[in-house]
Each structure stands twice: as structure tokens, then as C-alpha cells.
Design a protein around this ligand. Structure first.
Ligand SMILES: [Zn+2]
Length: 284
């Protein structure tokens, strides 16, 4: 995991400071290096672009030569199939690569039937599609869901103009449904990653705060950042719980409860926290 504690500094031109460790702690530096290596290893994993290639097509309608992205013969692993037959593969959604579209004239179809077209159908496509078609931009090294949906919708429009069988048009509709489902699931996954990322960032700061407060407790005199000893210790106990250092949190809480100096309002909160630890943390 990258050190994100000061990542907001980058945009203010202070990125160099963000590289430094807040407490200049050598141990933390070492741990960071270990994490960086782990991250690099993970990045060598395969991704969508490893499984697709640009196949050359010649358009039967306008004779334009172009490349459409197709899934390689060595497909990734099939993970599951939805009840309505949508296949779910590892690393990529193969459904994005089912339709082939000529970017120049707008002719498109399911990849298997791209060349299966009669002269009458060509004429009809030229009249009803190509004449008004403004062109679409070529994709990069993979299709986004929007690019795939566009190509599939174009295939559906062509199927209508070509008077293809109803079943083929229905099949393209199902493919479009699968693409919208894929897009929806990708959004949900992205959101949950975002949640995880935010949570990790939060915990990274909490761990750093605990680390710094531990040192401050030993080296500084109260009040520390405006807090008396008891308020400080209570905060520490809460933070220690968040970083899963339960025993240390319990020790602080017990000290507060038995201490003669600890004010009763903090003692009450300490007792509540002790009960919480017993019931919710240790009781699990
Ligand atoms: Zn064409």
C-alpha cells in the first residue's frame, strides 16, 4: 500500500514532503518497502487486455478495412453462468466482444454473421444506416461497457434494417441486457473498492495517530494537545480498540477505573468502554 498519509500535498506542489515519514520511523519505512514489493508482485497478474486482440475485418458494405477487438482463443477461466446464460469469465467480460462494427459506415452484427449478408441487405443498410452514420471512434486496447453497448446497439439497428430473424434480434437484446448488467456490477465493484480504499486510508491515519500519541505520552508533559492525562488515555483506549490492540486498551481502561485521581465523568465512560469490550469485542 502506498503511503497516502500526505497524498493531498501533491496537488499543492508539496509532494516531496509527502514522501517523508511523519515520525521518521525506520521500522515503518521497512514495512512500507515490504508492502511495495507485494504490490508490484500483484500487478503482474493478468488483466483484460491480455485476452483480447485486434482482428482485421473488411466491411462487406463499404469495403473499409478495420480492426475489431476479439477475445483470444485461449480464453480465461469460466467462473459461472447466470440463470439467463450470461457467462462470467475471470479477468474480462467476454460479452463486450460479441459484436463487430464498421466504424466508417455503421454496418454491425454479431461477430459470427458479419460476412453473411446479401446484396439486398447491403443496399438496405447503405440507404438506412450508412447515409446518416457519422462514424464512431476506434477503441483502445479494450472495450469499455459504453463502447461495447454502442456496437451492440448498432448491430441491433442493422438487424432491424436487414430483416433478420426475430430470434437473432432477441438474442442481441439479451446481449445488451448482459452488457448493462456487467456495467452495473462493475460500478458496484468500483464503489466497494472505493469504500475499502477510504477505510484503509482512515485506518492508516489512526495507526499513525496511535503511534505518535504513544511516543508523546512518554516524552511530553500534560496537557498534551489540550488534553489532561485522563481524557488523553480515554482517547488512546478508543483508538487502540480501533487498531485492534485490545489488551492495551483494556489496561488503560482498568487504570482509569481503579485510579483515585481519575474524574468520575471519565470513570463512567471508562466503565462503559470496559463493558463494551467485554460484550462486543471479546464476546464475539
Ligand atoms: Zn463499413
Amino acid at each position: 500500500m502506498k503511503n497516502r498519509l500526505l497524498n493531498g500535498l501533491d496537488q499543492m506542489g508539496l509532494g516531496g514532503l509527502g514522501e517523508k515519514d511523519i515520525f521518521a520511523n525506520e521500522l515503518e519505512e521497512n514495512a512500507k518497502n515490504v508492502r511495495t514489493v507485494a504490490k508490484e508482485e500483484k500487478e503482474q497478474e493478468k488483466s483484460e487486455v491480455d485476452f483480447v486482440y485486434g482482428k482485421v475485418y473488411r466491411c462487406p458494405v463499404c469495403n473499409h478495412e478495420f480492426k475489431a477487438l476479439r477475445v483470444k482463443a485461449a480464453k480465461p477461466r469460466l467462473l459461472s453462468t447466470d440463470p439467463d446464460l450470461r457467462p462470467v469469465y475471470q479477468y474480462l467480460d467476454v460479452n463486450k466482444y460479441d459484436c463487430v462494427a464498421c466504424e466508417k459506415c455503421g454496418y454491425a452484427s454479431l461477430s459470427g454473421s458479419f460476412d453473411k449478408i446479401s446484396d439486398a441487405q447491403i443496399k438496405s443498410i447503405r440507404n438506412q444506416i450508412s447515409k446518416n452514420f457519422k462514424g464512431i471512434s476506434p477503441a483502445g486496447d479494450k472495450y469499455t461497457y459504453d463502447e461495447a453497448i454502442l456496437r451492440c446497439q448498432l448491430a441491433l439497428a442493422n438487424a432491424m434494417v436487414k430483416f433478420t430473424r426475430t430470434s437473432e434480434k432477441a438474442w442481441i437484446c439479451l446481449k445488451l441486457a448482459w452488457l448493462y448488467r456487467g456495467k452495473r456490477l462493475e460500478l458496484i465493484a468500483a464503489e466497494s473498492n472505493r469504500f475499502k480504499e477510504l477505510y484503509e486510508a482512515e485506518m492508516q491515519y489512526i495507526k499513525k495517530a496511535v503511534e505518535g500519541f504513544k511516543v508523546a505520552r512518554m516524552k511530553e508533559h500534560f496537557p498534551i494537545v489540550g488534553m489532561d492525562e485522563w481524557t488523553f488515555d480515554f482517547l488512546m483506549a478508543e483508538l487502540l480498540l480501533e487498531t485492534n490492540e485490545v489488551q492495551e486498551a483494556k489496561r488503560l481502561v482498568s487504570n482509569m477505573i481503579v485510579s483515585r485521581q481519575c474524574p468520575s465523568r471519565i470513570k463512567d465512560k471508562a466503565r462503559d468502554l470496559r463493558d463494551y469490550i467485554r460484550e462486543s469485542v471479546e464476546g464475539e
